[in-house]
Ligand binder design. Structure first.
Ligand code: PAF
Length: 286
């Protein structure tokens, strides 16, 4: 496995491979790797000849007062995880390599970024699309891998790739959960044992909602109100949102019909946790 730190070194390494027709699979990450990231690397390993991962805690996607400074950076452990998953190249740039002095260009996707996390983290998705656009230009992958847990991020990136007419296939892999249902996240590390137990209420509420929708009880107002009650009953928390939206457009729904995304963001202690389930509620006849 090669660890490369500069754009020039990465390009020099990848260009001949790409010219030789090798398919490049790319897994962008911010490190603090867990099973969710590893599942993306495994998917890339299966489908591509060359697997590139990046580890870069991107400052532009954190708002003022968010956790940029304290975001975990266990680099040696992350490199070992990449090695174990058969990653060929890990790109670990410094901030100045991605944002050279004087850089002022931002990539921004409209509409899809307005709701859900976009409403609560202004500028977050501009930071994500800007860094992912830069990384795509540097790596020039054939396929790029993202997790369903960050459903809005995946939808936004898919839209960006479509709009900018890049020949990159976006692959979205299922959310990986702990044995008890908690969605894996680098931010779970911020939770105390008590908060970790409390956080289980999120996946429980989502799966309850899924059951409701699948059995034809699709009144979104009732579903989200009941989820709110369940989550608040589990302990002290701050709910950013609980919503049922169209799985493709992310537009809010009043009735859970068709392909729905039930999504939430909840702050428990120091951690802002997001999770979602995709539910196919069948045709418009319901
Ligand atoms: O999902 C993440 O870890 C980040 O948002 C990403 C895609 C690596 C961009 O910094």
């Amino acid at each position: 496995m090669r660890k490369l730190e500069t754009v020039a070194a990465l390009r020099t390494h990848l260009q001949p491979l790409s010219r030789a027709g090798k398919r490049i699979g790319f897994v962008p990450t911010m490190g603090a790797l867990h099973e969710g990231h590893r599942s993306l690397m495994r998917a890339a390993r299966k489908e591509c000849e060359i697997v590139v991962a990046s580890i870069f805690v991107n400052p532009t996607q954190f708002g003022p007062g968010e956790d940029f400074e304290k975001y975990p950076r266990p680099l040696e452990k992350d490199l070992a995880a990449c090695r174990e998953e058969g990653v060929d190249v890990v790109f670990v740039p410094e901030v100045g390599e991605i944002y050279p002095p004087g850089a002022v260009t931002r990539v921004s996707v409209a509409r899809l970024t307005e709701g859900l996390c976009g409403r609560h983290r202004p500028g977050h998705f501009d930071g994500v699309t800007t860094v992912v656009a830069k990384l795509f230009n540097i790596v020039q992958p054939d396929k790029a891998y993202f997790g369903q847990k960050d459903a809005q991020q995946a939808a936004v990136i898919r839209q960006m790739v479509r709009d900018l007419i890049w020949p990159i296939q976006i692959v979205v892999c299922p959310t990986v959960r702990e044995g008890d249902g908690l969605a894996m996240s680098s931010r779970n590390a911020y939770l105390s044992p008590e908060q970790r137990r409390q956080a289980l209420c999120l996946s429980k509420a989502l799966h309850w909602a899924q059951g409701q929708i699948e059995t034809g009880r699709g009144d979104v107002q009732k579903i989200t109100a009941a989820m709110r009650e369940q989550i608040e009953a589990a302990g002290p928390c701050e709910i950013d949102y609980i919503e049922v939206v169209d799985a493709e457009t992310l537009e809010p729904k009043t009735s859970a019909v068709g392909r729905c995304l039930v999504a939430l963001a909840v702050r428990i202690g120091p951690a802002r946790l997001i999770d979602n389930v995709l539910v196919d509620a069948g045709g418009a006849g319901r």
